[in-house]
Design a protein around this ligand. Structure first.
Ligand code: SAH
Length: 355
């Protein structure tokens, strides 16, 4: 048995590996070790979630944003974006159509848009929960005060996605303007967890300036934080950002990290992201085979799909929700997995290491 296999086996039992072991996992695996990593990740995923794939209906309800994250296509200083926000009726209509298609989680994602005040967000969440009490509502609307997060939770929101993007303060500064800080990002994540949300964090793989040390820091942060969900996908450049000429993150690096995270957090909800499907035609299938257990087809009306472009080349911008859904079912079946009609909550809190 090679040294690396030994590290993989230990990671399954104890994610608090020393830095050198993470370094080895990230940079020192032979092709055989790599295959072994995927086998273990799949096995752990099967133990916890079988071959079920959970669906999330993504509703990109506003592309208006007050922030200026350097990598993001809808950053406020990009004047080439045609801005939109969906009306309450449009959002509810997306949910109704999604419900009929079998979705039991709706993810409301958007820029940080001042139009959507706490009251508006709360009304929206509670209306969705009234119409569809058997569904989960996930919010992904950025950094807010603890009071706002509490209000959304009290209105019925179940989950919150807020990627830390990078745990390293210097790298964070490289990717974001000064008014955004990693301290506040982490404060938000902690508040969300304390309030009782199922919380998702995560990073872009291969973001500009990212080093192996940064990724190790992220893995250690996620090991400590124990999120219920982890969103990781490749960075993909957007033509209207200063990172337009940077290389995208790779399929191999993303799959590798997905598998490591599955071993570290056996119960986590981990999506095979749209970004992964964008850099490779079978990216999402490969993501599932590396340990992911969630897919997030787009439920946004087709009229606005091509306006929520965080990066270039985004897939499925012309499809109707029903098409996306059928396409996803077929894709999952093709690799021996099945999309299920379920809220798809995390099996249990990631507070204990599975022994
Ligand atoms: N405003 C919300 C939602 C952001 S969009 C928030 O701040 O959380 C969701 C995710 O898309 C981001 O967290 C980021 O990781 C990812 N993203 C943004 N630009 C990207 C790019 N160029 N390539 C890949 N992923 C990107």
């Amino acid at each position: 048995m090679t040294g690396c296999r030994n590290i993989i086996d230990r990671l399954e039992k104890d994610y608090t590996l020393p830095r050198e072991d993470f370094q080895q996992l990230l940079t020192g695996l032979s092709p055989e070790d790599e295959e072994y990593l995927y086998e273990r990740a799949r096995e752990v995923r099967h133990q916890v979630y079988g071959k079920d794939v959970y669906l999330r209906g993504l509703i990109e309800f506003t592309n208006v944003c007050k922030n200026d994250c350097y990598y993001c296509g809808i950053r406020r200083s990009n004047l080439n974006v045609q801005r939109y926000r969906l009306s309450t009726e449009e959002i509810l209509d997306c949910c109704d159509r999604g419900y009929a298609l079998g979705f039991r989680t709706f993810v409301l994602q958007g820029g940080e848009d001042g139009y959507f005040t706490d009251d508006r967000v709360c009304q929206l969440v509670s209306e969705i929960k009234t119409r569809h009490p058997d569904c989960a509502v996930t919010l992904s609307i950025g950094e807010k005060s603890r009071e706002s997060y509490q209000a959304f939770f009290d209105a019925g929101a179940d989950r919150y996605l807020l990627r830390q993007e990078t745990s390293n303060p210097v790298h964070y500064r490289f990717l974001h303007p000064e008014e955004l800080t990693i301290e506040n990002r982490k404060r938000c994540l902690q508040d969300l967890k304390d309030i009782g949300y199922q919380v998702g964090c995560g990073i872009m793989v291969g973001s500009p300036g990212q080093t192996t040390d940064h990724i190790i820091e992220d893995l250690m942060f996620m090991g400590d934080f124990k999120p219920h969900m982890v969103g990781i996908g490749p960075f993909i450049p957007h033509k209207d950002t200063k990172f337009r000429d940077e290389a995208p993150g790779t399929l191999a690096d993303t799959l590798h990290l997905l598998a490591i995270l599955r071993l570290m957090l056996p119960n986590a909800l981990i999506p095979a992201t749209t970004a992964l499907g964008t850099i490779h035609p079978l990216g999402r299938e490969k993501g599932i085979l590396a340990g992911a257990n969630v897919v997030m087809p787009n439920l946004s009306p087709s009229t606005v799909r091509d306006k929520y472009l965080l990066y270039d080349g985004k897939i499925c911008t012309g499809d109707e929700a029903a098409e996306c859904c059928r396409c996803m079912e077929r894709r999952m079946e093709s690799i021996g997995y099945q999309v299920v009609v379920s809220r798809g909550d995390a099996k249990q809190e990631n507070t204990d290491v599975l022994l």
